[in-house]
Design a protein. Structure first.
Length: 191
């Protein structure tokens, strides 16, 4: 199943600032005339944490939180294409590694990160409860990753999500919680 999205280019392997191995991909949106970078961090137990950002934001410590400066009328179509492209990348990884599980964190917007505007949803560890992106991504993945192949583990308190591959017998509940803690630690140290 290939979804209608943007064509993407694999850019090889690298390491993030925490020395976590990753695969990098790029794609260009002709709708908003922007380039994107997708990183699939490779954690233990075949968990891939997928994250993406605009190429123009690559040097920013807040690159995962930033949005397009001037969204256009066709932004809904663009967002749908971006999510489809990310899904196609995940499906390519899954095809190469049948034990692959996928995780993500719905990064907060500037408004959601602002204690003056959203104090009730900001946790002591600086994660944000139930972000807009988390709600969108959560609805989206339920549509394309069937519960027969993937268990959907939701961490609403920190806006994290794990698509646990049911064929990966090594990845149990305890390790799923370890993934969640490792993801938070990684994201907090990168912010």
């Amino acid at each position: 199943m290939i979804l209608k999205g943007y064509p993407y280019i694999p850019k090889g392997s690298d390491f993030d600032s925490n020395n976590t191995p990753l695969n990098r991909f790029t794609f260009k949106s002709d709708i908003v005339n922007q380039q994107y970078i997708v990183e699939a961090l490779m954690l233990k137990h075949d968990i891939y944490v997928v994250q993406f950002y605009l190429k123009s934001h690559r040097l920013s410590g807040k690159r995962f939180n930033l949005l397009l400066d001037n969204p256009k009328e066709k932004n809904n179509k663009h967002v749908f294409y971006v999510l489809n492209t990310i899904t196609n990348i995940c499906l390519e990884i899954y095809k190469k590694n049948p034990n692959a599980s996928f995780g993500f964190m719905g990064a907060p917007t500037s408004k959601e990160s602002n204690p003056k505007k959203n104090k009730a949803n900001i946790n002591p560890d600086r994660t944000i409860k139930d972000t807009k992106r988390h709600r969108i991504y959560s609805l989206y993945v339920k549509r394309y990753f069937s519960p027969e192949k993937f268990s959907h583990i939701v961490f609403n308190q920190s806006s994290c999500y794990l698509l646990k591959n049911n064929s990966n017998k090594k990845l149990d509940t305890s390790l799923s919680n370890d993934y969640h803690n490792e993801l938070i630690k990684t994201k907090i140290s990168n912010s």
